[in-house]
Ligand binder design. Structure first.
Ligand SMILES: Cc1cc2nc3c(=O)[nH]c(=O)nc-3n(C[C@H](O)[C@H](O)[C@H](O)COP(=O)(O)OP(=O)(O)OC[C@H]3O[C@@H](n4cnc5c(N)ncnc54)[C@H](O)[C@@H]3O)c2cc1C
Length: 454
């Protein structure tokens, strides 16, 4: 049986509550072949938005710092802007999203190691990988997220999870899933596309499923595919950039997009291509009505949890595995030699690529100060206006987009906090979407890729 509605909310609550992870056994046997550090060695786990920004920033700030990036993939692929690939926007191809790890490593003078991290020994200050052990003075963790199918669908077997995750790719992590989802859309004749945003709780790029809804509808409209894009959401219409998305959906794709709030998926039959869900009348309705929908393509995005790399370090985490932070800094609450950036933090700032970049630049300053035995003020430069700017494409003829900006500040609770604003641009004629914002979307993404890879 799928998780019931109360459980869905419990899970979200658990994610918010701080709990001490059972401390991972710290095996600190001497590793003879590990290169000794000189007090200025930083190892970065994860070559995504946070990790690559950190490596470059450290080397730009202080060339005497030795930096090693450990990344399990051999090619970089960006998630931001990737919904435009599904939307069939002009000039967008897989090439738009990829980068090679060797180029920035050579340019900025850091080491890139392609390997998967399997253990972290905080006492010995070493990271174990599939390609040997690495010693560090400071460790930076930017490993991103993991999917929590088990938490959302506790009755599903391992085999069922594997079957559903391949047949209904969630495409929230870069790579194969995006390509699979695009292939499924291209193979489609007529029929429905079901999009299921993650249930309540923190997840990567909160607007992403709703931007995807617009982009898939855009693709269907332009290709003349007959069918609907149905969103099955646990929320009741309150989601990131909600008013702006709804305005665009209603005006651009009124016959294609159907939003169903207060719903909870209970089963998927990948052979019959049906999805079963419970629809609740209102927030007090505990029983709901079970319904089944036929689909051609299903994009099931499960609840997110933090990458297991954080647990390997045995540092304090919250219920969903995200790292507890030391005040407003990006240092772990447990270990002053471990920094965490990107989606893996518990700061109340949105999990986005732009935020990962902001955090990595900020944390790099804190690390350089620590290595050089100087004092840094984690509140410096706060509040930071427009520290996060997140765009979403909503249509292609003409190309239009919406946006949200966040100001980050030092919340009295001791955490960093983000406050969002969804503007109506001057060129939007009173609407949230505009051509100018679409141009800015392309410029933002191009700029980010250039920053990381040139
Ligand atoms: C569809 C979509 C649209 C988005 N749109 C936007 C947008 O418009 N704007 C925006 O700002 N953000 C957007 N995002 C969010 C953005 O992609 C993430 O927030 C960002 O990638 C987080 O950076 P990170 O460094 O924390 O994680 P990642 O970029 O995911 O990097 C983590 C890296 O760690 C590696 N790793 C994990 N485990 C290990 C291990 N054991 N050993 C070695 N390496 C490991 C992974 O392979 C990965 O490369 C979007 C996301 C999606 C899915």
């Amino acid at each position: 049986m799928a998780m019931n509605r109360r459980d869905t909310f419990k899970l979200a609550g658990a994610a918010a509550a701080a709990v001490a992870m059972p401390s991972i056994a710290i095996a600190s046997e001497k590793k003879a072949d590990v290169k000794k550090t000189n007090g200025r060695s930083v190892v970065i786990v994860g070559g995504g938005f946070g990790g690559l920004t950190m490596a470059k920033a450290l080397r730009k700030k202080d060339k005497s710092i030795e930096v090693t990036v450990i990344e399990k993939n051999n090619i970089f692929m960006a998630c931001p802007f990737s919904n435009t690939l599904l939307g069939g926007l002009d000039g967008v191809s897989l090439d738009t999203f990829v980068g090679d790890y060797y180029q920035p490593a050579a340019k900025y003078g850091y080491s890139f190691v392609q390997a998967t991290v399997t253990a972290i020994d905080r006492k010995a200050k070493t990271v174990t990988t599939t390609n040997g052990d690495f010693a560090y003075d400071i460790l930076v963790l930017s490993p991103g997220i993991a999917y929590d199918y088990e938490g959302q669908f506790p009755a599903w077997s391992k085999e069922k999870i594997a079957e559903v995750s391949q047949a209904c790719p969630s495409a929230l992590m870069p790579g194969n899933e995006h390509i699979a989802l695009k292939r499924q859309l291209e193979d489609m004749d007529d029929g429905n596309v079901i999009i299921v945003p993650p249930a309540m709780g923190k997840y990567r790029c909160p607007p992403a499923p709703y931007e995807r809804t617009a982009m898939v509808a855009n693709y269907m409209k332009n290709e003349g595919i007959n069918g609907k894009v149905i969103v099955l959401d646990t929320r009741n219409g309150k989601f990131a950039k909600g008013a702006a998305f709804k305005e665009s959906w209603d005006e651009l794709f009124p016959d294609i997009i159907e939003y169903k709030g207060l719903t909870e998926v209970t089963d998927i039959d990948v052979s019959a291509k049906t999805i079963t869900y419970t629809e609740f009348a209102d927030a007090d309705d505990e029983k709901g009505v079970s319904k089944t929908e036929k689909y051609e393509v299903c994009n099931l995005i499960p609840i997110n949890k933090c990458s297991p790399v954080i647990a390997m370090a045995g540092i304090e985490v919250n219920g969903a595995g995200y790292a507890m932070m030391d005040g407003y800094s990006f240092k772990s609450k447990t270990d002053s030699n471990i920094y965490v950036v990107g989606d893996a933090v518990t700061h109340a700032i949105p999990p986005s690529g732009q935020t990962a970049i902001w955090a990595a630049n900020r944390a790099a300053g804190q690390i350089v100060a620590q290595i050089n035995k100087q004092v840094s003020d984690p509140k410096e430069g706060l509040p930071a206006r427009a520290a996060n700017v997140c765009y979403s494409m909503v249509g292609s003829k003409p190309e239009e987009a919406i946006m949200v900006t966040h100001t980050f500040s030092a919340d009295p609770s001791g955490k960093l906090k983000g406050k969002g604003h969804v503007p109506k641009p001057k060129d939007g004629g009173g609407k949230f979407r505009s051509k100018g914002t679409a141009k800015a979307t392309r410029e933002w993404f191009g700029g980010v890729m250039r920053e990381l890879f040139s």
